[in-house]
Design a protein around this ligand. Structure first.
Ligand SMILES: [Zn+2]
Ligand SMILES: [Zn+2]
Length: 398
């Protein structure tokens, strides 16, 4: 058999067996009712007023965060327990006990309830309440860092065993023989998780207990963010502070840590010790070759989510549809489902399966079997398989 033909057959068989890398467009997850204020809008408006906030100014993340490394807004039972354990460890740690009158306890309780009501209205699914323990409220906020024009992320990787084969962006200064400098660009970063426990003395006398965790910052950097929040409390002692904390984390984290156009991931700290540093700074301390794929996947998921909800233009029928009604090919060209279905069925009917390529005239990427399977009926898909096999056999015999 000529090598050219044999390779072509193997290539096509691969196509049938292996689904394409790009996931087909699927329906978006249903919008959770939790995205709406859980209390009445009047109560939320009142609470907002107490916080001196304007609901219109408030950032509302309406899309449910997709499950990924740490992108999911849902907190599993085990995770909640771990969060609560960490928060309760902080209670009484280096903090004076404040004697409160019954009146003060009642007033704080009301203010906390109002504040949480407002935060739920503002942050929707990005705020997860934990079960109340010893009368104290606790919750976690997923803080999405603002990077309007995207940002570069870079990391040094050791090229030792177990390191994925990232392309070498460029050699950095220093010993380039055993280190790779990897650089990529993202528009979305996995959220920073701010977990809070409200003591009975908050907000009148003391700030909330809190922890900050994220997988793309090291302990020293997260400790700096903790100090940033301490400063915010110092500036407005006795006032509700959570909204301002989230705002500062959202808009000032990167500049506060001194990152300009680029975030540099820390090297894996082998000497990492649980006991060192700020107890409120929680880090996964994963090496960059674990963190990088997670950051990239989170970014891709967010892009895909945005595509599904946005309105796009079909280059075949010149109509506009939401992203969920499109088929995206591995080459990233996309066409409305109706046009793609008509196009594929036509080629199968006419037996021109070798012409089943991306409809973009300059592209020529093969429409992968997993997409064909969704667009064609069972019989048509079988016919496509038979036709393709016959075509390959003819080529081989020629
Ligand atoms: Zn169309
Ligand atoms: Zn294409």
């Amino acid at each position: 058999m000529p090598k050219k033909h044999r390779d072509r057959i193997f290539h096509c068989l691969d196509l049938i067996a292996i689904p394409a890398g790009t996931p087909p467009v699927t329906s978006p997850p249903p919008r959770s009712s939790k995205a709406m204020p859980r209390k009445s809008s009047k109560a939320a408006a009142n609470a907002l007023q107490r916080l001196n906030l304007d609901a219109e100014d408030a950032p509302v993340e309406t899309l449910p965060a997709k499950a990924s490394s740490s992108g999911t807004a849902a907190v599993g039972g085990g995770q909640e327990e771990e969060c609560l354990r960490r928060l309760h460890e902080l209670v009484g740690f280096g903090r004076e006990r404040v004697e409160l009158t019954e009146e003060e306890v009642r007033a704080n309780d009301q203010r906390q309830e109002d504040e949480i009501c407002a935060l739920e209205a503002i942050f929707g699914d990005n705020l997860v309440m934990f079960s109340r323990k010893e009368g104290q409220r606790s919750f976690q906020v997923h803080v999405h860092i603002e990077i309007p024009d995207g940002t570069n992320v870079s990391a040094r990787l050791s090229s030792g065993a177990g390191t994925p084969n990232y392309k070498q962006a460029h050699d950095h200064d220093g010993d380039a023989s055993d280190e790779l400098f990897y650089k990529f660009r993202v528009d979305h970063l996995p959220p920073i998780l701010l977990s809070c426990l409200l003591p009975l003395s908050y907000p009148s006398h003391q700030p909330p207990f809190f922890t900050i965790s994220t997988e793309w910052l090291d302990r020293v950097m997260i400790s700096s963010l903790c100090e940033m929040l301490d400063m915010t409390w110092e500036e407005q002692q006795g006032m509700e502070v959570i909204y301002q904390w989230v705002q500062r984390l959202q808009s000032s984290s990167l500049s506060y840590l001194g990152f300009g156009d680029e975030i540099v991931l820390s090297k894996h700290d082998q000497t990492y010790a649980e006991d060192g540093g700020d107890k409120r700074a929680l880090t996964h301390n994963a090496p960059p070759d674990v963190t990088i794929p997670r950051i990239i996947r989170y970014n891709d998921d967010k892009h895909h989510e945005a595509f599904l909800y946005a309105i796009h233009y079909c280059m075949i029928c010149f109509s506009e549809f939401p992203g969920v009604d499109f088929i995206k090919l591995p080459c990233h060209h996309f066409f409305c489902q109706k046009c793609m279905q008509t196009y594929c069925k036509m080629h199968v009917k006419e037996g021109t399966v070798v012409k089943l390529l991306c409809p973009d005239t300059k592209c020529g990427v093969v429409v992968p079997p997993n997409i064909l399977k969704r667009l064609l009926g069972e019989d048509e898909f079988e016919r496509w398989e038979t036709l393709l096999f016959r075509e390959l056999l003819t080529q081989w015999l020629m």
